[in-house]
Design a protein around this ligand. Structure first.
Ligand code: 5GP
Ligand code: ZN
Length: 114
């Protein structure tokens, strides 16, 4: 998608602080972090949201990347929150499916649910 910001990041056309990358996914720090650790994981191929027919293998790879990112960001043992906003009621603002990984400080009921 030529007008999609996460497609442009995946293609290296827009700079981002890349945490992890392989042939299928790229993980980069959120430009507006809501926690000390706030990293987004996206498939390099464009899917609108989690309900957009993502193949099982890619979906599995996307979510297995969460653990890698948590380890790379140093929150694997302390704990972290994983969020996938989907659609208008969930306030999805970037319509390229992405997994938020949040952590780095204790969370409570007032912590970002994004
Ligand atoms: P959503 O509300 O769609 O679940 O989350 C979109 C996220 O993408 C937000 O947390 C927002 O800060 C982040 N974001 C939007 N544009 C950019 C960008 O150009 N670069 C990065 N790194 N993050 C972005
Ligand atoms: Zn896209």
């Amino acid at each position: 998608m030529s007008d999609c910001i996460f497609c442009k990041i995946a293609a290296g056309e827009i700079p981002a602080t890349v945490v992890y990358e392989d042939e299928l996914v790229i993980a980069f720090d959120d430009v507006s972090p809501q926690m000390p650790v706030h990293t987004l994981i996206v498939p390099k191929e464009h899917y609108r949201d989690i309900g957009d027919g993502i193949p099982d293998a890619l979906m599995g790879h996307l979510f297995n990347t969460v653990k890698k990112v948590a380890e790379l960001k140093g929150v694997a043992s302390s704990g972290y929150r994983v969020i996938v906003n989907t659609g208008d009621d969930a306030c999805q603002t970037v319509h390229h499916v992405h997994v938020h990984v949040l952590g780095g400080a204790p969370m409570n009921s007032g912590s970002p649910a994004l």
